[in-house]
Design a binder for this molecule. Structure first.
Ligand code: HEC
Length: 133
C-alpha cells in the first residue's frame, strides 16, 4: 500500500522530467553556410547525438587529444566545456591552435557542421537555449 501511494505521488513529476529531457535546442543557424540546421527531427536529430556522426567525430578526432590527463598539452574538453554560442564561435573562427595547424583538416565541411551540431546541442547552456533560426 505504501509503495502504491509513493508511486502515485511520483507520477505527476514524470512529465516534468520528460519535458526537461526535450529542452535541447531545436535548431542551429550555421553562419558559414547560411543554413538552418534542424536538430529535433530528421537525419540531423540522429547525427547530432553522441552515437551519431557528430558525437563519433568528437570522440574519435577531438578526444584523441582532448581526453583527461592527455600528454599532448590539450585541455580536457567535453560538450559542456563551452556554451552553445561558444562552440559556434570556435567553429566559425577556427581560433584554436589545433584547428590552424591541421588537426581538423581530415573532415569535410559537412562533417565539421555535424560535429558543431553535436557540441551545440549538448553544450553547457543547451537546456535553456531554444531555437536560433
Ligand atoms: C592533435 C591533437 C589535437 C586534436 C586532434 C584536437 N585538438 Fe584542440 N587543442 C590541442 C592542443 C594541444 C590545444 C592547446 C593549444 C594551445 O592553445 O596552446 C588545443 C586547443 C583547443 C581549444 C582551445 C582551448 C579551450 O579550452 O578553449 C579548443 C576549443 C579545441 N582545441 C577544440 C578542439 C576540437 C573541437 C577538436 C576536434 C575537431 C580538437 N580540438 C582536436 C590539440 C588537439
Amino acid at each position: 500500500m505504501k509503495q502504491f501511494v509513493l508511486a502515485l505521488a511520483i507520477l505527476p513529476l514524470v512529465p516534468l522530467f520528460a519535458n526537461q529531457a526535450e529542452a535541447n535546442p531545436k535548431t542551429r543557424y550555421d553562419a558559414a553556410s547560411q543554413t538552418c540546421r534542424v536538430l529535433d527531427y530528421g537525419p540531423l536529430e540522429w547525427e547530432s547525438r553522441s552515437y551519431g556522426e557528430g558525437g563519433k567525430l568528437f570522440k574519435n578526432i577531438c578526444k584523441g587529444c582532448h581526453s583527461r590527463d592527455n600528454d599532448k598539452g590539450a585541455p580536457f574538453l567535453w560538450t559542456e566545456s563551452k556554451t552553445s554560442e561558444g562552440w559556434d564561435r570556435i567553429f566559425a573562427t577556427r581560433a584554436p591552435k589545433c584547428a590552424q595547424n591541421g588537426a581538423w583538416d581530415g573532415m569535410t565541411p559537412e562533417q565539421l557542421r555535424r560535429l558543431n551540431d553535436y557540441l551545440y546541442r549538448w553544450a553547457a547552456d543547451s537546456q535553456d537555449l531554444n531555437n536560433n533560426c
